[in-house]
Design a protein around this ligand. Structure first.
Ligand code: IMP
Ligand code: ZN
Length: 381
């Protein structure tokens, strides 16, 4: 598969962590600056940053190191801008960027001010040739597609598994306050060997009752009881699903989520709004992060990755990067990997990318916009 072609295809990225998507060059530059101030030892950082193969434990140690150099407002704004630019550069047309709001009293950072720094990054991206489409009227000026590389960005707030119920609830409340600023959902992530599902359940239930979408990191380690409880919660999407046993696969494939939606139909080169509510049933969709599963050996080899089975059975899946910086990948690379490993041709890859539009957490207005992008790409690619 020509790399150039995979790059040109419009793509939808639904599972990308802000601090995991940081450029290596930026990370090294920030580490060098802090080392000059004597705050950190550069060689400690360089060793971990440049390392290619990491165990899952080492991955989470790396995140703690990354947070040491990134967690101030100015840097968060900078890396947000860069991450969005990098995705836009490879023709990601819709991005759900997730990040864990962080509090750091020593520098006057609250979870809210952290998120404001993220939003400043999105705004500065828009002024430097990219269009960020927010749902709020306040952001209407960002919603006009003026340039060639257009990317619609939405935000998911992550709850780290190290957090308490109160802290998780604080994140959900913040997401609700920031709903008009592009925040549309909640993610549960962090080291899968830490924390209990029951700790986060009240906050996740509340999030859903309040109309936020929820995605869960699920089955990164073989914790059968937790995996099943997560599936019983009926999240809109889950990430990974690496360590599922037969019973978990059965649940995943049989569970259906009822969703009421207004639909658009494509007719005579126009989208016609179907002015009736129809109830349809969605399966729990799976965010597949191949490189991220292979590098820390969560899955032993790519040939045995569950992508093949889910794809064959037509279960809803979406290819994602997870942490493009930490795992040195890109969304185009993930599509190329699927092509070379599982033999998908251009038509199948295009369909895989297009179907991801159905799984976005943003509403029908955005879906309609994206369907137009794919209609037009289908004519030229
Ligand atoms: P941040 O939320 O922007 O700080 O992005 C980094 C954070 O995302 C990490 O500290 C983890 O909590 C979470 N994260 C990134 N990759 C993974 C993963 O593969 N599994 C679980 N959590 C992850
Ligand atoms: Zn993840």
């Amino acid at each position: 598969m020509e790399e150039e072609w995979v790059c040109i295809v419009p793509k939808v990225e639904l599972h990308a962590h802000l601090n995991g998507s940081i450029r290596n060059s930026t990370l090294l530059e920030l580490a060098r600056e802090l080392a000059q101030k004597g705050t950190i030892v550069f060689s400690d950082f360089e060793h971990v940053i440049r390392k290619n193969d990491r165990t899952l434990r080492e991955v989470f140690k790396l995140f703690d190191l990354i947070h040491v150099v990134t967690t101030d407002h100015k840097t968060i704004t900078r890396i947000t801008k860069e991450v969005v630019e990098d995705f836009a550069a490879e023709n990601v047309v819709y991005l759900e960027l997730r990040t864990t709001p962080k509090r750091n009293d020593s520098i006057g950072m609250s979870k809210r001010s952290y998120m404001e720094a993220v939003i400043d990054g999105l705004r500065s991206t828009s002024s430097s040739n990219l269009d960020i489409n927010f749902s709020s009227d306040d952001f209407e000026k960002f919603s006009k597609f003026k340039t060639e590389k257009k990317i619609i960005v939405r935000l998911l707030l992550s709850i780290d598994r190290r957090e308490s119920t109160a802290s998780a609830m604080e994140t959900v409340n913040l997401a609700l306050e920031m709903k008009g600023m592009g925040v549309i959902g909640i993610d549960l992530s962090g080291n899968p060997t830490v924390g209990e599902w029951e700790t986060f359940l009240p906050a996740l239930k509340f999030a859903r009752e309040q109309g936020l979408s929820v995605t869960l990191h699920c089955g990164e380690v073989p914790t059968s009881v937790e995996i099943q409880s997560m599936l019983d919660f009926l999240p809109g999407r889950i990430g990974h699903a690496c360590c599922f046993e037969d019973e978990e696969w059965r649940k995943l494939k049989s569970y259906k989520i009822p969703v009421d939606l207004c639909s658009y139909i494509y007719f005579n080169d126009m989208f016609v709004y179907l002015a009736v509510f129809i109830s349809i049933f969605f399966c729990i969709q799976v965010e597949i992060c191949l490189t991220s599963n292979i590098r820390p050996e969560t899955i032993s080899s790519i040939d045995v990755h569950h992508f093949a089975n889910l794809y064959k059975e037509n279960h809803p899946i979406v290819l994602c990067t997870d942490d493009s910086g930490v795992f040195s990948t890109s969304l185009s690379n993930e599509y190329a990997l699927v092509s070379s490993t599982f033999g998908l041709g251009k038509l199948e890859l295009f369909e895989l990318a297009r179907k991801a539009v159905d799984f976005i957490f943003a509403g029908n207005d955005v879906k309609k916009e994206l369907m137009k992008v794919y209609e037009s790409a289908a004519r030229t690619l």
